[in-house]
Design a protein around this ligand. Structure first.
Ligand code: G6P
Ligand code: MG
Length: 214
């Protein structure tokens, strides 16, 4: 019944959630901003500037636009330092198999990642050629939970959103998928992703056939 599957990248295919969090923590420590223990969950799926706003919530002083630009760029430098070392070993277990199973079933495959590092990451992971369409995050005006990025993925594939299955590890991402009119598979805990049509503990449990009745 589905004609395409639209994947998120960070936390679904690539083991990067901790890398993003570590880069933000390094930046926060340098500017003496305390971070809550659970900040990592809040940063999932949130674009770079909105993430910085979250990181600066407990800042002892205000930062102007130019400073914010510089802080976001500094965090990205820390993140890039790490992902430039990435290789296929940094794929989450079962990710390549999940994508390959979608391809084998003859369905379209797209990437809907808010990350402007997504093209680099796909190259480093060795999976860039498995995607029929990769949404350019630079052209997305409204970040998740807005449906824009998943609608752009469906449009890029030439498939109706209602015929797409979206896969996300972030609550904001699941909301974006649902708002786009797609069925949503959450990767993580039911507690965080209860709005999804199905929740799996990891992409390793992905079984396309199991979603035929969604
Ligand atoms: C993904 C990650 C977020 C990250 C965002 C932007 O959505 O889950 O943690 O902030 O991409 O990434 P970027 O690589 O452009 O800073
Ligand atoms: Mg994600």
């Amino acid at each position: 019944r589905f004609e395409a599957v639209v994947f998120d990248l960070d936390g679904v295919i690539a083991d990067t959630a901790g890398v993003h969090e570590a880069a933000w923590r390094r930046l926060a420590a340098e500017i003496d901003v305390p971070l809550a223990d659970d900040i990592g969950e809040r940063l999932k799926g949130v674009d770079r500037r909105a993430s910085l706003d979250i990181v600066l919530e407990q800042a002892p002083r205000a930062f102007d636009d130019a400073e914010r630009e510089a802080l976001a760029a500094r965090k990205n430098g820390y993140y890039r330092e790490r992902i430039e070392q990435f290789g296929p070993q940094d794929l989450l277990p079962g990710a390549r198999e999940a994508i390959a199973s979608v391809r084998a079933a003859g369905l379209g495959i797209a990437l809907a990642s808010a990350s402007r590092n997504a093209p680099l990451l796909l190259e480093r992971l060795g999976i860039a050629d498995l995607f029929d369409h990769v949404v350019d995050a630079n052209r997305i005006r409204h970040s998740k939970p807005d449906p824009e990025i998943f609608l752009a993925a469906a449009a890029g594939l030439g498939v109706a959103p209602s015929a797409c299955l979206g896969i996300e590890d972030a609550a904001a991402g699941v909301a974006s998928i649902r708002a786009a009119g797609m069925c949503a598979v959450g990767i993580g805990s039911y507690e965080t992703l209860g709005d999804a049509d199905a929740v799996l503990p990891s992409i390793a449990a992905f079984d396309l056939g199991a979603f035929a009745t969604l």
